[in-house]
Design a protein around this ligand. Structure first.
Ligand code: NI
Length: 258
């Protein structure tokens, strides 16, 4: 059984056929899917989907791209949403210095505010980091962001950073880019860190893995099997073992007990 630890099922790409997408996931052996919010509205939608489908869990938060939409009321709203038992973490939050869609100081403030919210709720945080490795690590250390553990999603950093992050209480999650030809650095990290700290995800509708990349318009949870297969190849382990361990890790970090 597989778990997709990071999917955006509320994305409009799934608006027309979510039941069919979830059916294919079930047929593909997916036990659970974690649906991640990226702004207040999409966090509400994540909780709605999680309430509707027993196999779906929700994470609520505001993505660094949308950091400029985060107000004091948004934090209060996320706090309320997080009272739902299906909400397992706060995120995705973090820093994106690649696209810089919100000013960097605004991204940092929103990141710190959501780390504090997670701490107040005793929940883990799901972190997005693009081209901001050192800054993300600095904030994690300063704010003790890994106090209730957390996930570095779609990991793209090097090995020493992954080791530092794990010391701070973080799991490392790999998405479709692990299967890409230019993934040498990411493959090295996936090959060397403790298997007990690895999660897999699709980040759908984005980041379609090989061999489907460029062939389909939209990624979906069932395709997490390709990330699992790549990890199995890198670690030289049976696919079933990789599926089992990464699912167990996901349940551990998100405190999912069934
Ligand atoms: Ni995402």
């Amino acid at each position: 059984m597989l778990i997709d630890s990071h999917a955006h099922l509320q994305d409009r790409a799934f608006r027309k056929d979510l039941p069919e997408v979830l059916q294919r996931a079930r047929e593909g052996g997916l036990e659970k899917i974690v649906c991640i919010g990226y702004d207040y509205e999409s966090s509400i939608e994540a909780v709605e989907i999680a309430r509707q489908y027993p196999q779906v869990y929700a994470v609520v938060g505001v993505h660094p791209h949308d950091a400029k939409t985060l107000k004091d009321e948004t934090i209060a709203g996320l706090y309320e949403l997080a009272q739902d038992p299906k909400v397992v973490a706060i995120g995705e939050t973090g820093l994106d210095y690649y696209r810089d869609l919100s000013p960097r100081d605004v991204q940092e403030k929103a990141f710190i505010a959501q780390v504090k919210l997670a701490q107040e709720l005793y929940k883990p945080v799901v972190i997005h980091d693009r081209d901001a490795h050192q800054e993300v690590l600095n904030i994690i250390k300063k704010e003790k962001a890994g106090k209730n553990e957390g996930v570095l999603h779609c990991y793209s950093g090097h090995l020493p950073l992954a080791i530092d992050l794990m010391k701070e209480g973080f799991y490392i999650s790999f998405a479709g880019p692990l299967t890409y030809k230019n993934a040498r650095k990411t493959v090295e990290v996936a090959g060397k860190i403790s298997l007990e700290k690895i999660l897999i995800e699709t980040d759908c509708p984005y980041l379609t893995p090989e061999p489907l990349r460029g062939k389909i318009k939209r990624n979906e949870p069932a395709n997490v099997s390709h990330v699992a297969a790549k990890l199995a190849e890198i670690r030289n382990k049976p696919l079933e073992e990789i599926a089992y361990i990464t699912a167990l890790n996901t349940k551990r970090v998100f405190r999912i007990n069934d």
